[in-house]
Design a protein around this ligand. Structure first.
Ligand SMILES: Cc1ncc(COP(=O)(O)O)c(C=O)c1O
Length: 424
């Protein structure tokens, strides 16, 4: 395809198109897919741990047992045996639901898009964490919301600030539609929302009448510490998003959403309009795998592998990043969030990091709506081997130190005009 230089259809697009954020992740993938670049940019599981042989076997069994039926359209709500399996898993995770309380989606990402569609009219207020998951910001932004971003600290969303903002909004007569949180090993920050704050959020949602969306792709990938109860276990009106991407394989593109019945009805309409149903074939293969093979054992393998890689990254950061840099110490998930010494700009540094050092990361700014994240970066530790992690962080550390020297020399060279009465 020839390169697009000029878009002759600009006047034909719907106005919302101008509000759609391009996903920096997708654009970065093009560069970081190059074999000579060490990429900490994506959020990819390691392909080597996908249970390929078991999937071959599960596929064969499904085809032999169900034949053409497995290739037919399915119901919009999803394949019942798979839903039953999810009900079982949710109960282990402290949430009691029936199969009619959830639908299957094409990954959690599709659920995010649907939630944007059914809840957000132009300029409606929604609440997100700052920083937040780029893909969610992208899904919501197409519906043109006013986004209120609440900062995180090491214990998750700052509920004290949330309470203040809610009061201010109420005074202005504005009711937020929903609050979106990734409570476990947050993407991108790696932090986990503590129980006390989860309860606080649920309480505030009752007071101010907004709905809580709990997006939980990483909750099963815990390396240390104890599970924190899910928000959905505290309140049945919480919308819970789950996915097979991180406990099985993202290429299956399957997730689920648990929601109150009335909301579920709207989601089913959105799903019908979008793609009628998720692949009935893939749902069957996934169900066969989850029910007939030891998927928990495979998750244990993932946990051990990712823990080792997190440790390697933490050690490398300690060794190669300059003084003044800080980073999160996640107890699970896929990401570390690092902040560079004041004055450095991770977005501006990225081109140099890729070009000169052949190492890539996601710049913090992509994870914010509006201002924020200038000196931060998200580093993924699940995809590269421990040796590659060490080499990549070493190279990145050198780029940062080089930038720091440059920044400080510029500062020294800069002498402000003397104020009145001051000598130069
Ligand atoms: C917080 C969060 N939500 C949703 C998704 C999308 O997941 P899925 O593969 O289920 O669409 C991701 C993917 O990385 C994520 O990090």
């Amino acid at each position: 395809m020839t390169e697009l230089r000029f878009d002759q259809w600009t006047n034909l697009y719907a106005s919302r198109v101008s509000k759609m954020r391009s996903s920096e992740i997708r654009e970065m993938m093009a560069v970081t897919g190059r074999p000579d670049v060490i990429s900490f940019a994506g959020g990819l599981p390691d392909t080597r741990v996908f249970p390929v042989n078991q999937i071959v076997e599960a596929t064969q069994r499904v085809m032999l047992r169900e034949g053409p039926e497995a290739l037919q359209y399915g119901t919009t709500e999803g394949h019942e045996p798979l839903k039953r399996h999810i009900v079982g898993m949710m109960s282990e995770w402290g949430v009691d639901v029936g199969i009619d309380d959830l639908i299957i989606t094409d990954g959690a990402q599709q659920a995010l898009e649907f939630l944007g569609k059914i809840f957000i009219s132009r300029n409606d207020v929604i609440i997100v964490e700052a920083p937040s998951y780029v893909g969610a910001l992208q899904a919501f932004s197409g519906y043109e919301p006013t986004v209120v971003a609440i900062p995180l600290d090491g214990s998750g969303m700052r509920t004290d600030i949330l309470a203040e903002r809610l009061e201010e909004l109420a005074k202005l007569g504005k009711q937020p539609k929903f609050l979106y949180t990734i409570p476990n090993f947050q993407n991108p920050a790696g932090v986990t929302l503590i129980e006390e704050r989860r309860r606080e959020i649920v309480k505030l949602s009752e007071i101010y009448g907004f709905i809580v969306i709990e997006d939980d792709p990483y909750g099963r990938l815990r390396f240390s510490g104890d599970d924190v109860p899910l928000l959905r276990s505290m309140d049945e009106s919480v919308i819970y998003l789950g996915t097979f991407s991180k406990i099985f394989a993202p290429g299956m593109r399957l997730g689920w959403v648990i929601a109150p019945k009335a909301v579920l009805e709207k989601l089913i309409l959105a799903k019908q309009a979008a793609n009628l149903c998720s692949s009935s074939f893939v749902q069957r293969v996934t169900e066969e795998y989850m029910s007939q093979f030891d998927w928990r054992q495979n998750v244990e393998v993932l946990i051990d592998l990712y823990r080792e890689r997190r440790n390697a990254m933490l050690a490398a950061l300690e060794e190669f990043f300059p003084e003044g840099a800080t980073w999160s110490h996640p107890q699970g998930g896929l990401f570390i969030w690092a902040s560079l010494p004041e004055g450095l700009d991770s977005g501006e540094m990225l081109a140099e990091a890729i070009r000169e050092a052949k190492v890539a990361y996601l710049s913090g700014r992509a994870c914010y709506v509006g201002k924020g994240g200038d000196n931060s970066m998200r580093l993924n530790f699940s995809y590269c081997s421990t040796e590659t992690i060490e080499e990549g962080i070493k190279r990145l550390g050198a780029v940062i130190k080089g930038q720091l020297v440059l920044y400080r020399s510029l500062l020294k060279g800069y002498s402000p005009e003397p104020k009145q009465g001051e000598s130069k």
